[in-house]
Structure formats: C-alpha cells, structure tokens
Design a protein around this ligand. Structure first.
Ligand code: GUN
Length: 296
C-alpha cells in the first residue's frame, strides 16, 4: 500500500481564500479592515523570514499588517509597554509576539500581557485554559492546522486512537486537547515514555512533534494510520560522491521517515508542504475570527 499524500499547500490555499472572502465581506458590510500586529525582537534570521512571510500573507488576505521590529537589547518592560499599547489600539485585532525572544526577556510574562481576545497565537494562559475546558478559544495555529489536515482524510475521528509525540506548549499540548475535543482516545508520548514504538503502533492518528529528524520509523506505524508530521528539521543533504552537488547542502525533513512511513500509512503529510503552510493560514483565520468577535 502507498499512503495518500495530504497536500497541505492546497488546503492552506483554500483556508486563505476563505479568509480573504471573509475579510472582503467585513469591509463591504462594516467598513472594517482587520489588522495583525507582529512584534519581532532581535535579528534571529529564521524569525525574520517567518515575520516577513506572515506580513506578505496578511496583506494578500486583504488585512492590515503592522510590524514592530525592536532591537535585541530592548528591555522586557519596553516590549510589555508595546504590547499594552497594541491591546488598546482599535486598529489592531490580532497580536503575535514572535518566539523565541532574547534570553533576557521572560517570554511568558510578555505573552500573558496580550489581550486574550487579540491573542491570535492562542498562547496566553487564558486561551490555553479555555481550550482545555472546551470553551471558545483562539487556538494555536499549528495544532489547528493539523486537525484541518486530518479532517481532509478522516471525517469522523470519534473513538480513534490518537497518539501525539511531543508535549510542547506551542504544539503537543494544545493538539492533544483538540483531538480530545474530536472525541479521540488521546495518548501523549514524550522523551520519558516507555516503549514509545509500541505506543505509536496503536495509533489510528499519529502526530509527531518532537523536532528529531526522522525519528518515527516505518515499523512504528499501524497499517492504514493517518500520519501528521509536524517536525521541520534541517539536516545535511547526503553526499552522493566526491563531486556531488549535494555536498555541504541542507534539506528539510520531518520527524517521520517519510519513505518508510508512506509504505505503511493510509495517509501522510509531507515535509515540506504538509503542516507548514497551514500555520500561517490558521494565523490569518484566527485574526479574522478575532476581528469578527471584537467588532462584528
Ligand atoms: N516561532 C515559531 N513558531 C511560532 C509560532 O507559532 N508563534 C510564535 N509567536 N512564534 C513562533
């Protein structure tokens, strides 16, 4: 058997098209243009790329992108003062503070200053609590995108065994809550889990979010399972020979050994082109949701 490849780019495009239509309707009916403020502290190259891409996608959806780029030496108090100003700015519907923050800043302290109704990353304690309690919440983007991808191949997840590998605040924990809300039987596995291979083999839905390149092997996967690979790992491209063009180059791989897994799974997300594109799409979706709730 060869797994169906879940096309995250196509699903993300359809989410972004829906958001753009919703934004256009909000402007036509209420004269409102949603605004997303992104705060970047320092010059981390990967974060700069993420922030630039978020800005482009925001404008493409017809929303206003407000970017605040602060020096790496900016104090925690200054960042908090900016967040408070954005909380009070009526033009701003969503606030995202790009992580990681420089070491001298307590990310938790900054994130929890964000008005929960503008917290489009879903990372404040208020939104995390709402999610766990099954209340209406702004939900973290990568886990939300993962659920949308599962739904393209599994209409009803009720009663399915779902295993989440990883327990991060950004992905593993909220994803486990979302799967529970879909009535899955949820297991969270992590670095201290005993017999992790066997735990994974029970999964009808296996979500890998540990940031370890290709740690999930083909024989960890139950035949026919839906495999969602949330890892993005940059590794050395294998050398093909002394004059190989691949020498010294890198490539992106997920947490799943894709070639081995696709021979066993029923459906699988590739890396790149799977969960990755869904993160920004869901950020735009959350921004529209926040704008509608605040002003609709
Ligand atoms: N850095 C890497 N991923 C994310 C994310 O989803 N949100 C924020 N704020 N920072 C990140």
């Amino acid at each position: 058997m060869s797994a169906k490849i879940i096309d995250g780019k196509a699903v993300a495009k359809s989410v972004r098209d829906d958001v753009a239509a919703g934004v256009a309707a909000l402007e036509k009916d209420h004269g409102l243009v949603p605004g997303l403020a992104v705060v970047l502290v320092g010059e981390d190259p990967a974060s700069q790329v993420y922030v630039r891409n978020k800005g482009i996608a925001t404008r493409e959806a017809g929303m206003r992108s407000i970017e605040h780029k602060l020096r790496a030496e900016t104090s925690q108090d200054e960042v908090i003062a900016l967040v408070r100003r954005l909380n009070g700015d009526d033009e701003v519907d969503g606030i995202l503070v790009q992580l990681p923050l420089p070491d001298h800043i307590d990310a938790n302290a900054v994130i929890n200053e964000i008005d929960p109704d503008k917290d489009v990353d879903g990372l404040t304690e208020v939104n995390a609590g709402r999610l766990v309690l099954g209340k209406e919440a702004l939900v973290p983007c990568t886990p939300q995108g993962s659920i949308l991808l599962i739904k393209t191949v599994m209409e009803d997840m009720s009663g399915a065994n779902a295993v989440v590998l990883g327990r991060s605040i950004l992905v593993g924990k909220p994803l486990a809550s979302l799967l529970l809300a879909e009535h899955c039987t949820v297991t969270t596995a992590h670095s201290r889990t005993r017999g992790v291979e066997e735990v994974c083999r029970q999964a009808d839905i296996l979500c890998a979010a540990v940031g370890r390149p290709e740690i999930v092997k083909g024989d960890w996967i139950k035949p026919g399972a839906v495999v969602i690979d949330i890892g993005i790992n940059r590794v050395e491209a294998p050398e093909q020979g002394p004059n190989s063009e691949a020498k010294g180059k890198t490539r992106l791989v997920g947490d799943v050994d894709f070639d081995a897994a696709r021979a066993v799974a029923g459906a699988i997300t590739p890396v790149p082109g799977g969960v990755g594109p869904m993160t920004i799409a869901c950020l735009l979706k959350n921004t529209l949701t926040a704008a509608r709730r605040r002003r609709g």
